[in-house]
Design a protein around this ligand. Sequence first.
Ligand code: GLU
Length: 309
Amino acid sequence: MQGYRNLSIEEALREIEHRIGPYIGRGKVADYIPVLKKVDPDQFAMAVTTVDGREYKIGNWDTGFSIQSISKAFNLTKALGKRGDQIWKRVRQEPSGRAFNSIIQLESENGIPRNPFINPGAIVIADLLHEIFEHPVEEMLDFIRKLAQNDSICINEEVFQSEKDSGAGNYSSAYLIKSFGNLHSDVHKVLSTYFALCSIEMNTLDLARSFLFLANHGRLLSGEEIVSIQQAKRINAVMLTCGTYDNVGEFAYRVGLPAKSGVGGGIAATYPGEFSIAVWSPGLNEKGNSVAGFKALEDFTTLISKSIF
Ligand code: GLU
């Protein structure tokens, strides 16, 4: 259709604002962490930041939300940056083909989780953060604040408590991993760190900004290196193959960008060499991805005719 291809970022966002209405509020707000179900589902936001310093935003872009599993991308970045390829001895880089909280493969695969973005893999990464830092939560918060250029980012204590109270599945995974010798610190300490980082609250612009280094070959726009070019490539690759739950195939097919999603309804994605993009809308599909967010990203890459494929 004429005019629906090769739009500028600004035009594409305006078009999405116009057409996304029917998708907002669709799906189901996560309720297995009880506090998360209090969120108003009728919200939507999108923000784009480019490697040449432009920023665009629409909708409820300045409303904070629970980043949940999106934190796993930051945690992987720090662990890989500090320990390099050593980390792949303790967690693999393959899609799991299962739900993010599944425990089934862990036993048959000797306590080595399939990837750092399913819960068992993220728990191993949290354990690594305990080996790297004396105060991993503070370190990670400082790191995320720096990436997002926002010192007010913090943990939502109510979500943190709710995660701990409803975390039996994560405790089971952690103990099983420990029984195979792949979790070195105390289970409660490691899970407290894991839950705290999932409970960080950010807004959609914060999130787009904080993923820009992955679109900028591992560097902040100031030139400061966060991770090497190769490590940025690897993090993007793991996001592409494992970042959007057991929905990665459909996500690659419809959106075509490396991304990490969370059950708070956020999705952060990158187009290496050009931009990072974040969307948020709380209603989730049955795999755990934001329905309106997924649709908006699909429309965005289609309207601007850019995806990694
Ligand atoms: N804190 C959530 C959990 O451990 C993260 C879920 C997600 O966003 O994928 O289940």
